[in-house]
Design a protein around this ligand. Structure first.
Ligand code: SF4
Ligand code: ZN
Length: 302
C-alpha cells in the first residue's frame, strides 16, 4: 500500500528525511514554494520597480527558478522579469539547453536575451580552452559568464540578478572554502550588499535541496535539459559533494546545518576582515578590485 502524506490523505511522492515527513505532490509543491518565498522575503527584498534578471541555462535549477519567480511575481505589473542566457560556445551541449530555455521563456511569455562568448569576446569557450591549456575550461567559463551576465544586467537596468544555486551547491561551496581556508571567497558568499556597478546577486533556491529542485521540475512538467557539460569535472567539488551526501544519509539535515552555521557567522567574519577597495577596469569599465578585471586578464587584454 502506498505511503500516505502526513499532512493529508493523498499518496506521498517524497520522504524528506531531514524533516521526517512523507508528503504528497500538492504539499511538496507548497513546501518548495514556501521555502523560496521565505528566502526572498528574508534575504533579497524584491520591491516595486525591480527589474530581475534571471540567469537561465536551461538546466533544472535555472528552469525551476524562472518558473517560480514568474509564478510569484508574474502578476505584478510593477516588477519585470528578464531571462538571460549565455551561449559559451560548447559544441554538442549548449544547443540543447538553449532550446529548452527558449521553450520555457516563450511558454511563460518572458523577455529572453541570449548573448554569446563568440560575439562578446570573439572566441567560443571551446576555442579559448584549445588555445590556452594552462587553466581549465571552468576557470574561463565562470569568470567570463559572470562578467557578461553583470554587463547585460546593467544594460537592461536590472537591480537584481537571480541564479539557480540550490542547497547542495551552497553547502558544497561553503565546505570547499573552509577546506581551502579561503576567507575572501567566503565573504563573497555573505549576504549581498549594494555596490555600484555590480548588480545584486540573489539565490532564491538556496534552501531547496537539489533532489527537490529536480522533483519540482518533474511534477510541474517543466522543459529542462539533463545533459552534463563535457567540461564538468571539477575534482574537488565532486569529492566534497560525495562527502556531504554521505553525511546527509547518516545525519539528515547536515546540508541545512552547514548553511545555517555559515549564515550565522559570515556577517561577523566580514566585519573583522578588510574588504577590498573597488574600482573600474581600465579596459572594459566593469567594477572590480584591481586596475584590470579578471575577465580582461584571462583574455590577455592589456
Ligand atoms: Fe562552464 Fe565548467 Fe559549468 Fe561547463 S562545467 S558550463 S565549462 S563552468
Ligand atoms: Zn575588464
Amino acid at each position: 500500500m502506498p505511503i500516505k502524506c502526513m499532512k493529508c490523505n493523498r499518496d506521498a511522492i517524497i520522504f524528506q528525511k531531514y524533516s521526517g515527513m512523507h508528503i504528497c505532490k500538492r504539499h511538496f509543491i507548497e513546501d518548495v514554494e514556501r521555502k523560496v518565498k521565505l528566502t526572498i522575503r528574508k534575504q533579497y527584498k524584491i520591491e516595486k520597480g525591480d527589474i530581475i534578471a534571471v540567469a537561465l541555462s536551461g538546466g533544472k535549477d535555472s528552469v525551476v527558478l524562472l518558473y517560480l519567480l514568474h509564478k510569484i511575481f508574474g502578476v505584478r505589473r510593477d516588477i519585470e522579469i528578464v531571462a538571460l542566457t549565455i551561449d559559451e560556445g560548447i559544441a554538442g551541449y549548449r544547443e540543447e539547453t538553449l532550446a529548452k530555455a527558449r521553450k520555457l521563456t516563450s511558454e511563460l511569455g518572458i523577455r529572453h536575451i541570449v548573448r554569446s562568448f563568440k560575439d562578446e569576446y570573439d572566441k567560443t569557450l571551446d576555442e579559448l580552452t584549445a588555445q590556452e591549456r594552462k587553466l581549465g575550461a571552468c576557470s574561463y567559463c565562470g569568470v567570463l559568464r559572470k562578467s557578461l551576465m553583470n554587463k547585460i544586467a546593467n544594460e537592461i537596468g536590472a537591480n537584481k540578478l537571480a541564479t539557480g544555486h540550490n542547497l547542495d551547491d551552497e553547502a558544497q561551496t561553503i565546505m570547499m572554502n573552509h577546506l581551502g581556508g579561503d576567507v575572501d571567497r567566503m565573504i563573497r558568499l555573505s549576504p549581498p550588499r549594494e555596490i555600484e556597478g555590480l548588480v545584486l546577486r540573489a539565490k532564491p533556491l538556496r534552501k531547496v535541496p537539489e533532489k527537490e529542485v529536480a522533483l519540482y521540475a518533474i511534477v510541474n512538467e517543466l522543459p529542462f535539459d539533463m545533459s552534463e557539460c563535457p567540461y564538468a569535472h571539477e575534482a574537488l567539488r565532486g569529492e566534497v559533494r560525495d562527502m556531504i551526501n554521505e553525511f546527509e544519509v547518516r545525519h539528515p539535515g547536515t546540508k541545512y546545518s552547514i548553511m545555517r552555521g555559515f549564515d550565522k557567522t559570515v556577517g561577523l567574519i566580514a566585519k573583522e576582515y578588510p574588504q577590498a577597495e573597488l574600482s573600474k577596469c581600465r579596459i572594459c569599465g566593469e567594477t572590480c578590485t584591481a586596475t584590470l578585471c579578471q575577465a580582461c586578464k584571462l583574455l590577455g587584454r592589456s
